[in-house]
Write a protein of this length. Structure first.
Lengths: 158, 337
């Protein structure tokens, strides 16, 4: 996976976070929940993993962009939380590069946790469930397939 | 070196993507478990249901990779039927071997499925050839996974005195290594790998971030405190730092990973049949990194034999994914016995 391209570890300059914190946060939550709902609709996330997430509140904070997304899962849908109240049930915090490395399956979240590049706070079992649920999504079924030619090329025969 | 002399590379699969990447990166066998407490990595969202198990077995067998099913916890009072059902299901699905720890279950599997290949789990805690030969004589066990407490010389002694194939750990997180007999997790939270299939279950774990440090608590017990940027480990009691007579240190075991790359030629020479990678709880990224590195090392050993040397890139790849960012040869190179 990620053959030919790796995401390096990096940290954005401090002003990015200072600026990002001043921007509205709701677009992050809307974007993230839209993606998660698409995954639910495609049956990528098993029901048995989603059920324990009912009414739980989540926070994903990207430290060096100053962005964060608060959301919950209720009745089959992930929903943005526009005005979070109190502590979330589960919070993931990391720099952008760490989130990208996890999302692209380049790095293992445990590795990033050991290296203190990813923090998980709140309901640890819920965190493990989310991690394992995302790990279990079989991305190989989405690899682009080259169109099949209606004839065989002699060069392709071995 | 003759490739047939190489040990099998046995890799962990906690999910279908992990299984596929292990197969694709050169595993000779993958090991996995059901989504319940019949295996010792019973964590939320991990492992295989019927559908993914069938697909995983099909995928592995399609590429010539063996599938080993871990049913390596101990049947709990009144629930023996659950463990027997797991054995029956594994046999019906056509796995290449079932990895068992409990003697009652070994007896059941032997009698119910006489043609099914059986392996003795590391949780079976057999460290002597007498114990292994007993499992061979009574239950027809064909392979035993050795606990990580023996020196290389002791492993060789076992191999010389048993007809049973010997599998040893080659990479992965270490703990206090009292495998199959450890009750530290139960001491802290009343649940352990033997009983519920999980050491230090996540529901008891709390990571508290405070200014300049992070505290790890297991069922309320403070087990460690990390400064910012200090490498962390799994939240188990054996890897905690404790105040012992006025001094705070890792009193039982440091967070660290086993890494046998340096002694791979010796491991092969003494006749080890399989090398196991720990980590069914880890993500597909880890399985990819560790499988391809150990595959490269084993292939180099086959091709270069006497000229085998550990490449810095292999060590860099493995130390990155190691717990606590450090690796050890563990018990293999202890000068004392």
């Amino acid at each position: 996976m990620n053959q030919g391209f790796t995401i390096p570890k990096f940290q954005l300059p401090g002003f990015v976070a200072r600026l990002g914190e001043k921007l509205p946060q709701w677009p992050h939550a809307v974007a993230l929940t839209t993606a998660l709902n698409a995954a639910v609709k495609m049956n990528l996330l098993p029901e048995e993993s989603l059920e324990p997430m009912q009414d739980k509140t989540f926070l994903v904070q990207v430290i060096d962009t100053g962005g964060q997304a608060s959301f919950t899962y209720r009745n089959g849908f992930f929903r943005p939380i526009f005005r979070p109240v109190g502590s979330p049930d589960l919070a993931f915090r990391a720099n952008l590069s760490a989130f990208l490395q996890v999302a692209s399956r380049q790095e293992d979240p445990d590795t990033l946790f050991f290296n203190r590049e990813l923090s998980i706070e709140g309901d640890t079992e819920l965190g493990l469930l989310v991690k394992n649920m995302l790990d279990a999504v079989d991305l190989s079924q989405f690899r682009p397939q080259l169109p099949k030619l209606p004839f065989s090329l002699p060069l392709g025969q071995r | 070196m003759d490739r047939s002399a190489l040990p099998d590379l046995v890799c962990p699969a906690g999910s279908l993507p992990a299984l596929k990447t292990a197969v694709d990166n050169g595993a000779d066998a993958v090991y996995l478990g059901f989504k319940n407490d019949t295996n010792a990595r019973n964590f939320a969202g991990l492992n295989f249901d019927q559908k993914t198990m069938v697909e995983g077995i099909r995928y592995a067998h399609g590429k010539g990779c063996e599938v080993l099913m871990a049913i390596n916890t101990f049947p709990q009072p009144g629930r023996t039927a659950d463990w027997r059902a797991a054995v029956d299901a594994a046999a019906d699905m056509g796995v290449d071997a079932i990895i068992l720890a409990d003697v009652g279950l070994l007896d059941y599997a032997r009698n119910r499925h006489p043609n099914q290949r059986l392996h003795l789990s590391v949780q079976g805690s057999a460290t002597s050839y007498e114990a292994i030969n007993f499992a061979h004589r009574e239950f027809g066990v064909r392979r035993a996974v050795l606990p990580r407490v023996l020196t290389l010389a002791q492993v060789e002694h076992v191999i010389k005195n048993t007809p049973v194939e010997i599998e040893v750990f080659g990479f992965g997180s270490l703990c206090v290594m009292n495998e199959g007999r450890c009750w530290l997790s139960s001491y802290a939270c009343g649940e352990s790998p033997n009983t519920v299939g999980a050491c230090s279950p996540a529901k008891y774990v709390k990571w508290d971030k405070k200014p300049g440090e992070m505290e790890t608590r297991l069922n309320g017990i403070l087990i460690d405190r990390f400064a910012d940027n200090e490498p962390a480990g799994y939240p188990t009691l054996c890897k905690g730092r404790f105040d012992v007579q006025g001094e705070t240190y890792y009193a039982l075991e440091e967070p660290t990973s086993l890494n046998v790359l340096e002694i791979l030629p010796e491991i092969v020479k003494i006749g080890v049949k399989a090398i196991k990678v720990e980590g069914r709880q880890r993500s597909p990224a880890y399985v990819t990194q560790v499988t391809r590195t150990l595959r490269a090392a084993l292939d180099a050993l086959a091709n270069e034999s006497e000229r085998y040397h550990v490449k810095p890139t292999w060590q860099a790849e493995l130390s990155k994914v190691s717990e606590g960012n450090q690796a050890t040869l563990g018990a293999y190179n202890r000068p004392w016995r």
